[in-house]
Design a protein around this ligand. Structure first.
Ligand code: ME8
Length: 498
């Protein structure tokens, strides 16, 4: 039993979350739920990134104060996370006063250490990324610089600002990324290393003049400036677990922190974040787990690309949170972008959830009630299933420990397929006493449901309840799990979509 701290990025609440945000958040939730099941003291944090130019402009556009906008959006985000059954322990907002304290303290500390200086800046900015682009990083359309991610024209900005001496951390970063296994998968560490090796680490602007960006945390050593939104946002990972307020708690969780991010914000979470932490005398995170994009019509799903797929559309089509969670986790990929299509989603839902899992439960449940009055026991498990269950549990745990949720799901799915073949071959409906067969099948159903519980908590919880397995512990997932089962219902869990 250990401690497990897991975070998602904090999202810009300029619009409701879409399935890209759900992809990251559900993934973090599955890992959090898995770690709770194996007995780890787990802390799962998500939240919203509420300051900066992007937010300020979104509020201006609606003619309201940014605070009103972010207050409204807190409810919107929380509601989506409720519909998706996200079991966060804390929802952090960067407008919380304890967070603002940490930001002020941290920037002051860097200033006192001589790591911040004032100079002028001129460059091309994307407000959607909240980031400057240097030549070579942006794309050109009709000779004008455009954001490579949002495909919008960049704005030219020239102003006096404060810089953080990122360049001083170049050797530290190179050593860290080459010697320690922090970034997962490793290819992303190599990508960052390459960028540092070819371009070097350049100092970054970490303040904005208030006259342009007033919606932010005031720089403690110059009231004419606000703190750059990325510097502000990254610190959520330490402020949310009690940095400064409760250092024991902070140190406990920080010792095993796992950040989950999309690959779009890799640079901020390595070069910049690891350097800020070093400057604050804090250890780098244990793990930074990176995933690729969901695509629609060939482009990364996003508001600016105009190809957003709404979470509610999927919730409607796939029968609520469980269906959406399962599909998103089944296609989850760290390295490869995944195109989202209705055909793909329908086929996963129909063949795996409705047929493979749902049908098996229905068939075994109905037969147990009809043939054995719902009381099922035997003195052994049929070895075909016994072997497959043990093998699957082992594989599942290995994959989950390696953050490969989709491979873990595939393993369970294979077990369910074997169970379906078993029932077809053994034909228990033709037997007078099919105790051995039904008991063995219930063992397969029970262990599959426990393994799927982090992914589909509602359906799996319901099934375990119906077959009388009350205590869900993956640790205790041995074969046999129970001496007997009592089946009280055989519901249709997932209605097929057409
Ligand atoms: O970047 N495919 O917030 P954000 C996969 N506030 N994941 C996607 C996705 C897609 N098409 N679209 C979004 C910010 N995501 C900052 C973060 S953290 C200190 C500050 C997910 O609202 C993915 O996790 O733009 C990506 O990294 C994140 O949403 C960006 O969310």
């Amino acid at each position: 039993m250990g401690v497990f701290y897991i975070t998602t990025p904090i999202y810009y609440p300029t619009a409701p979350p879409h399935i890209g945000h759900a992809y990251t958040t559900v993934y973090a939730d599955v890992l959090a739920r898995y770690h709770r099941l194996i007995g780890d003291e787990t802390f799962f944090m998500t939240g919203n990134d509420e300051h900066g130019l992007k937010l300020q402009r979104a509020a201006e556009k609606r003619g309201i104060h940014p605070k009103q906008l972010v207050d409204e959006m807190e409810g919107v985000y929380k509601n989506y996370w409720r519909l998706l059954n996200i079991s966060y322990d804390h929802f952090i907002r960067t407008t919380h006063s304890y967070h603002e304290e940490v930001v002020k303290h941290s920037i002051q500390k860097l200033y006192d250490k001589g790591l911040i200086y004032k100079a002028s800046y001129a460059g091309w900015y994307c407000a959607d990324c909240e980031k400057y682009y240097s030549p070579g990083e942006y794309i050109e359309i009709d000779g004008k610089p455009y954001c490579p991610i949002h495909r919008k024209p960049l704005e030219f900005l020239e102003e006096e600002t404060y810089y953080f001496k990122l360049s001083e951390f170049e050797d530290y970063m190179v050593k860290l990324l080459s010697e320690r296994d922090i970034v997962y998968p490793k290819t992303y560490a190599l990508e960052v290393l390459n960028k540092i090796k070819t371009e070097g680490l350049r100092d970054v602007s970490i303040a904005r003049p208030k006259e342009r960006v007033w919606w932010g945390i005031e720089v403690p050593f110059d009231k004419n400036y606000t703190v750059y939104v990325w510097f502000d946002a990254l610190l959520n990972y330490i402020s949310g677990i009690g940095y400064l307020r409760d250092m024991d708690r902070f140190e406990k969780y920080w010792s095993n922190v796992h950040h989950i991010i999309g690959k779009d914000i890799l640079w901020f979470h390595t070069a910049i974040w690891f350097s800020i932490l070093k400057a604050l005398d804090i250890e780098p995170p244990k793990r930074l787990i990176v995933h690729a994009f969901l695509l629609n019509r060939g482009l990364k799903i996003g508001k600016s690309a105009g190809n957003v797929i709404a979470i509610e559309d999927l919730l409607d089509r796939y029968n609520g949170g469980d269906g959406v969670r399962y599909i998103l986790m089944r296609i989850f990929n760290h390295q490869k972008d995944v195109p989202v299509t209705t055909e793909l989603f329908d086929s996963i839902y129909n063949s795996e959830l409705a047929d493979n899992y749902g049908n098996l439960i229905r068939r075994v449940g109905v037969l147990s009630m009809k043939k054995l009055n719902g009381d099922v026991s035997a003195d052994r498990i049929d070895e075909v299933l016994e072997y497959k269950i043990s093998e699957t549990v082992e594989k599942y745990n290995r994959e989950m420990e390696n953050y490969n949720v989709s491979s873990a799901i595939i393993a369970v799915n294979e077990l369910l397929r074997t169970a379906n073949q078993y029932i077809n071959e053994k034909r228990p409906w033709e037997k007078n006493d099919p105790s051995l067969e039904l008991y063995s099948l219930l063992e397969a159903i029970a262990s599959s449901s426990i393994m799927l519980y982090p992914v589909i908590p509602e359906a799996a919880g319901k099934i375990l309840n119906l077959i009388g397995v009350d205590e869900i512990s993956i640790k205790r997932l041995s074969v046999p799990l129970r001496d007997r089962y009592h089946v009280s219902d055989a519901p249709i869990l997932f209605k097929k979509v057409k």
